[in-house]
Design a binder for this molecule. Structure first.
Ligand code: PLP
Length: 347
């Protein structure tokens, strides 16, 4: 099976497993795990932030960030199809007590005017206070789309003027950095707090980091305990992440090239793929333009040897390239998906 459902399906490589086996470990909760400590320092520096905290998942990192920025009754502003809005089970309300205002984005991005309008509702002490703006980069549901740096600056300036904190859900920030050809700090330093995930394109079995100013991260460290995310010999996993930072960041460019090749191959076969939306490791197919229900299409492709996944909304499916694929898999996926869908159209 050529598994293109997500970049989360990767398994640790032999090199990563060797790094895990050789990991130096200690008690993380006591601040004594050398691998975790090294990882936190490296990630903070990479993201242009003062301090980073190692966490089991990016969801936990986002949820802690929301608590740092807002008090119960405050407002979270985010693009309406952001992970924090649609995939975190209302955690913003459950954990931070935030009311979410979802704005309709383009390519997963918001305009300064939208943010200004959403952030400027406070006129009176009794008005609800917009406390945090979340930017997702790359944006998952939009198809791995990247925020241009100037657009980040524009919305951050509006948020700062309105005294709204800015959190970036950069679960795939390294893809964004490679996509733009800039160091990750060029992106990470532009916002107040930032999540990065280690178990997606970077290929780790699990793990994420939340980074930001030292003072806020002190509070985040306490929240890590409160969420049950304070671990013990977590260096076993941090070692995988250190290995990934050395070996799996620059190669994301290969995933991006493969996604483009996949998109171009399918497009050439007449499959509805919007090429100009392929910016990183995602390719979306608009099944509303195919004469085949989405579920039927996914199972026909699976039977033929390619696994794609539904993405948010009733019509789109996605393919995500990752570390566990090679060029031959991409060629086969172009062939199998094209044949299966074209054969169906002809039937
Ligand atoms: C944009 C984005 N943020 C956060 C997450 C959550 O990651 P995790 O599964 O590590 O909690 C995901 C997972 O797919 C994601 O795509």
């Amino acid at each position: 099976m050529i598994d293109l459902r997500s970049d989360t399906v990767t398994r640790p490589t032999p090199g990563m497993r060797a790094a895990i086996a050789a990991a130096e470990v200690g008690d993380e909760q006591m601040g004594e795990d050398p691998s975790v400590n090294e990882l936190q320092e490296r990630v903070a520096a990479l993201l242009g932030q003062e301090r980073a905290i190692f966490l089991p998942t990016a969801t936990m990192a986002n949820q802690i960030a929301l608590k740092l920025h807002g008090r119960p009754g405050d407002v979270l502003i985010a693009e309406e199809h952001s992970h924090v809005v649609i995939y975190e089970f209302g955690g913003a309300a459950v954990h931070a007590g935030l009311l979410t205002v979802g704005l309709s984005g383009s390519g997963g991005r918001l305009t300064p005017e939208q943010v200004r309008a959403a952030a400027s509702t406070v006129e009176d002490i009794v008005d609800q206070r917009p406390a945090v703006l979340v930017l997702e980069n790359t944006h998952n549901v939009a198809g791995g789309r990247v925020w241009p740096l100037a657009e980040i600056d524009d919305v951050v300036a509006v948020a700062r003027a309105a005294r709204v904190g800015v959190h970036m859900d950069g679960a795939r920030l390294f893809n964004a950095a490679v996509g733009l050809g800039v160091p990750p700090a060029e992106i990470g330093s532009r916002v107040d707090t930032v999540t990065v995930c280690l178990s997606k394109g970077l290929g780790c079995p699990l793990g994420a980091c939340l980074a930001g100013p030292a003072e806020l991260m002190e509070v985040a460290w306490r929240e890590k305990f409160l969420f049950g995310g304070a671990m013990r010999q977590a260096g076993i996993v941090a070692a995988a992440a250190l290995y990934a930072l050395d070996n799996h960041v620059e190669r994301l460019a290969v995933d991006h090239e493969r996604a483009r090749r996949l998109a171009e191959g399918w497009h050439a076969a007449g499959i509805p793929v919007e090429l100009d939306r392929v910016e990183t490791n995602f390719v979306q197919i608009d099944t509303s333009r195919l004469d085949m229900p989405r579920a039927e299409m996914l199972s026909a492709l699976r039977a033929a040897g390619v696994a794609l996944s539904p993405t948010f909304g009733p019509t789109h499916v996605r393919a995500v390239t990752h570390l566990d694929l090679d060029d031959a898999d991409i060629d086969r996926a172009i062939e199998i998906v094209s044949e299966t869908l074209v054969r169906h159209a002809a039937a």
